[in-house]
Write a protein that binds this ligand. Sequence first.
Ligand code: ZN
Length: 236
Amino acid sequence: MDIPQKPLDALVVSPHPDDAELGMGGTILRLIRQGWHVGILDLTSGEPTPLGSVETRTRETAEANARIGEPWRANLGLPNRSLEPTLEHRRALAGAFRRLRPRLLFAPFWEDAHPDHTAATRLVEDARFWGKLSKSDIPGEPFHPSRILYYFSVHLKIVERPSFVVDVSDQHEAKLDALRCYRSQLVDNQPEGRPGVIDAVADRARFWGHLAGVRFAEPFASREPIGLAGLGDLLP
Ligand SMILES: [Zn+2]
């Protein structure tokens, strides 16, 4: 893994290479534009899939990454379709947290029909805890990301229950462009005559934006109360 020069402000842990963009592509771009040092750690290659290959996914991921502001990005190489929150995988992810030292972690929402996604959620939470342990054989200095927030890239047909939403009105089109880069996953395999995944993402962004008084927004959840330093950023 190619480690960035300085610690990350935020790290998005993505079970498959398109989940980060699906759930929070607009927020990633917004944070980067605000000067944050943001990274994405894909846990698996996402392959096999019906229309994909490792080479195709790698190319699509690089193209999508460019459209959301070129966050630092790497792939941990864990097994797709059989991702499990094992001690071995927890150790690998805890080691990555120690090297990347993100202040803020983003994990997939904790309820999902895709077993890789719920395994990823568990892995992020467990690896965050392990990362702070002293007297362990995990490489690197103990480190504990101060907070986990959860983004929505879920295979359940549910309405999200967010703790807050982020205004991504100015990033919405770039996010959709990024999603279209994943042709093998989100474009070429979509049903004819009814909305596809990208349509659903756009509709939900408009829905959450409407509730927040802006054009487009992305929802996030937190298991813990969120402390605010001020109220100046509250939207109408
Ligand atoms: Zn996924």
